[in-house]
Design a binder for this molecule. Structure first.
Ligand code: CTP
Ligand code: ZN
Length: 160
């Protein structure tokens, strides 16, 4: 951003989720359960120029850190995202999100007869990553494929 006017000011402490594919910032907020009623200072920047992506979204959240599970969920909908941890106005940690080869507990299998859907079976849903872009995962138990539409449906409906 050097040499250009900042659209929103820098934050003092918190998390900046940068390089979100344009149009997905609100999905990221939804995944994090941020409604605005928490009282946290949040900045959402949409459709700004990015050298790498053409256009991108940015989400800045003061005084909030992400759990590994939240980072995995963000990786599912925003595979290009960078998570920056800010302390005392400095970026102290920067990493790209990366989907793990196996994903546990984050998504549910779409097959209603899958063992992971049986109420009395304590089998946690588990998926193997088949493709990153577009995202495709396969249930380890029944072989069902979860695609990007299923992922968005589950994460955005808030049941995931
Ligand atoms: N940022 C912020 N508040 C700070 C520090 C950084 O909001 N106190 C934001 C910046 O505006 C930017 C992101 O965090 O959106 C990453 O900051 P920085 O690493 O300084 O920017 P770049 O070098 O442009 O990042 P990258 O190389 O990842 O594109
Ligand atoms: Zn299954």
């Amino acid at each position: 951003m050097s040499g250009r006017q900042l659209l929103v000011e820098r934050i003092r402490d918190g998390t900046v989720i940068d390089h979100i594919p344009a149009g997905r910032a609100l999905i990221v907020l939804r995944i994090l359960g941020i409604t605005g009623r928490e009282g946290l200072r949040v900045a959402v920047v949409m459709n700004v120029e990015s050298r790498k992506l053409g256009r991108k979204d940015i989400v800045k959240i003061e005084n909030r850190h992400l759990s590994p599970e939240e980072v995995n969920k963000i990786a599912l909908v925003a595979p290009t995202a960078t998570i920056n941890i800010v302390r005392g106005y400095e970026v102290v940690e920067k990493r790209k999100v990366e989907l793990p080869e196996t994903l546990e507990n984050v998504l549910r299998c779409t097959n209603p007869t899958c063992i992971t859907r049986k109420p009395r079976e304590p089998v946690k849903p588990r998926f193997r990553l088949v493709s990153r872009r577009p995202v495709r995962l396969q249930c380890i138990y029944c072989g069902s494929i979860i695609d990007e539409r299923d992922v968005l449906e589950q994460l955005v409906s808030g049941s995931g």
